[in-house]
Ligand binder design. Structure first.
Ligand code: PTJ
Length: 249
């Protein structure tokens, strides 16, 4: 048992969700490594939603509302960490969920679908009857009515290959990745450098606020968004934090 008084309580409890996900057959063992890497980057950005992350989250909400066929991709870490939040966002922006795994087994796909359905998910694409061109791994398998034809895809904790392949298909790709240097972060249309546990509720909050706006107003908002600048600000933040930490000793 982790006592509430532990200074790293939140972080340790998040880690427990991944461990629980593995026990439930939802998360891959490799998910632990991904979480560890994420934790390290979260430490470096100060374990908070920075100003540039909030901006990317707002633009992401606007893009999802503007999309004709948005889809939210769900992997084993997402299903363990934020299942309720992702269902809520899916409903708010009318973006069905689609399970898409890197370390794919049909059993784990089924477990995640069942897990999300138990928690109330209604709108899901569950087939794998199309392939993303140019990808040699399991992430290529998608639903022909879902990710395959989506115009905007939210891909939390993604791998660089598929992110690039989706961009090459002409889609708006919104990535959530704590590592601003990753290939995913570098090639997405919009990169949210934030922990998924904060990012998804933030996008939902922005979507609620933006829902009443006209199409033109949303278009105006996303115009001029510069993802390269957001990535550069994320790297500056890490540098600034490291400098202030090194000054303490
Ligand atoms: O369930 P599967 O089979 O689809 O596998 C999912 C994982 C995440 C294991 C798989 O996609 C993978 O191996 O991912 P990577 O290549 O380790 O990349 C994960 C990226 O997400 C890394 O850049 C991490 O820094 C980042 N990351 C990890 N945890 C979080 C995160 N970003 C945001 N929030 C997190 N909690």
């Amino acid at each position: 048992m982790i006592p509430k008084s532990h200074p790293r309580y939140d972080s340790l409890m998040t880690r427990e969700l991944i461990v629980e996900g593995i026990k439930q057959g939802i998360t891959s063992i490799q998910g632990l490594i991904a979480q560890g890497r994420g934790e390290a980057f979260d430490y470096l950005i100060g374990e908070k939603s920075t100003e540039y992350a909030l901006l990317a989250e707002k633009i992401a909400a606007a893009k999802l509302l503007l999309a004709r066929k948005p889809v939210i991709s769900v992997n084993g870490n997402v299903a363990a960490l934020v299942p309720g939040d992702i269902i809520r966002l899916s409903e708010l922006v009318n973006a069905p969920l689609e399970v898409n795994l890197f370390h794919r087994t049909q059993e784990r796909v089924n477990n995640i679908i069942a897990h999300l359905r138990t928690l109330g998910a209604k709108n899901m694409f569950t087939k794998s009857d199309a392939f993303i061109p140019g990808l040699g791994h399991e992430r290529a398998k998608v639903d022909k009515n879902g990710i395959f034809i989506a115009d905007a895809v939210l891909v939390p904790l993604e791998d660089g290959d598929r992110c690039k392949a989706l961009v090459d298909m002409g889609k708006t790709v919104i990535a959530i990745d704590l590592n601003p240097l990753s290939r995913t972060a570098q090639c997405a249309t919009i990169t949210i450098v934030d922990n998924i546990t904060r990012a998804i509720p933030n996008i939902s909050k922005f979507a609620e606020g933006l829902k009443g706006l006209e199409h033109e107003e949303l278009q105006e908002m996303v115009k001029g968004y510069d993802n390269k600048q957001i990535l550069s600000l994320a790297i500056d933040e890490i540098e600034k934090n490291l400098e202030s930490l090194s000054g303490r000793f």
